[in-house]
Design a protein around this ligand. Structure first.
Ligand code: AQP
Length: 345
């Protein structure tokens, strides 16, 4: 396999309140990777419209996700932060990938099945083709590493299949254009740590999600200390005290979730947390979890508020990031056109 320069890409949808799952599963990883890699972080607004959006709400959500990135510690000068719709090559490459991906591959995607639900005939074509656009998001930068939550694992596998099929199908043309045996890398998912799948606070078997109708199911990055305290106190648990060993969390999804959240917020392992709280009642543990969550999330929420008060400054960051992203994406797209046999200016 050809050597590709390591590059990190990931995206977050501007589809409502960012929550602790987005933060622990994705954004904290984005922040850490800045130290070791060049990173591109995208507000994926084209993905957002796969389900209906109110235009004014969408516009403010795009700015809010950007503010969250920055408030969490992403540096938009050293790295690239932008919104997807400002770089048309994402949609352009997605079309090419629609022609590479097979119906059978997309039919297996569990996220489509979950989101389309029973009313499948009425789901948008965009919702179905979402994973091909996601593959294009990553591969238009020929990115090699993709930090995501566990729910995105299947889509990443599809992106790898698309890259491989493109490389195989067009092998001779890729070689003839001087790219060796592979034009696209096989992007690697980075799914690590104690909170790759943060669950709902109301039901430990369901993913914490922006679209859950109950606000008590999630902690939003913009929640104040009182809201965080209330949500943690009301979080579903079971009557047993916390176990001292990880094995004791099996078949206790709510306990496992809260311990995982505590571990991720304190940069520790589940074992560390159980060493400290094994045998404790949930009332004691939840009080410490509230303190920890407020200490971590409070400053982020305040900074987001400060940043979103100046939308022009956020728009300028997105414009600058889009320009720098475009320069890379355009180059990839030109090569893709040459490889495919398109005539271009
Ligand atoms: N509960 C979660 N635990 C860990 N990681 C999560 N992510 C999302 N939920 C969790 C990760 O956050 C990143 C951005 O997600 P997204 O906004 O692009 O899409 P999503 O997965 O659709 O987010 P939601 O909150 O679940 O929205 P809805 O309600 O619309 O389905 C991704 O890396 C994702 O893995």
């Amino acid at each position: 396999m050809a050597a590709f320069k390591e590059l990190v890409f990931s995206g977050v949808q501007p589809t409502g309140n960012l929550h602790l799952g987005n933060y622990l599963g994705a954004i904290t990883k984005f922040v850490a990777l800045q130290e070791t890699h060049d990173c591109i972080y995208c507000v994926v607004d084209l993905h957002a419209i796969t389900v209906p959006q109110d235009p004014e709400t969408l516009r403010s959500s795009i700015r809010e996700v950007t503010a969250a990135f920055i408030a969490c510690g992403i540096d938009p000068k050293k790295h690239i932060v932008f919104n997807q719709s400002q770089v048309p090559e994402h949609a352009e490459l997605a079309w090419v990938f629609n022609c590479v991906a097979r119906l059978g591959w997309l039919n297996r995607m569990t996220q489509f099945k979950e989101k389309a639900g029973k009313d499948r005939e009425n789901a948008s074509v965009g919702l179905y083709a979402y994973p091909a656009l996601m593959a294009a998001d990553i591969l238009v930068y020929r990115a090699t590493h993709v930090p995501v939550g566990e729910d995105q694992k299947q889509h990443l596998e599809l992106a790898r299949d698309i890259a491989q099929k493109f490389n195989n199908d067009l092998g001779p043309s890729i070689a003839a254009h001087g790219f060796g045996e592979a034009f696209f890398p096989q992007p690697e998912p980075l799914i690590q740590g104690p909170a790759t799948r943060v669950m709902s606070l109301r039901d430990g078997t369901k993913k914490m999600s922006k679209s859950d109708p109950s606000d008590y199911s999630r902690i939003n990055l913009t929640d104040d200390a009182d809201a965080i305290a209330q949500k943690v106190r009301k979080a579903k648990t079971d009557p047993e005290p916390l176990p001292s060993e990880e094995a004791g969390l099996a078949a206790r999804p709510e306990a496992d979730n809260l311990v995982g959240i505590y571990a991720a917020l304190s940069d520790a392992s589940r074992e560390d947390v159980l060493r400290q709280f094994g045998g404790a009642q949930f009332s004691t543990f939840k009080a410490s979890l509230v303190d920890l969550a407020v200490a971590k999330l409070g400053p982020i929420g305040s900074e987001m508020k400060r940043l979103t008060a100046d939308p022009a400054a956020i728009d300028a960051i997105l414009a600058d990031g889009s320009e720098r992203a475009s320069a890379i994406a355009r180059k990839t797209m030109d090569s893709v056109k040459d490889i495919l046999g398109f005539v271009r200016r």
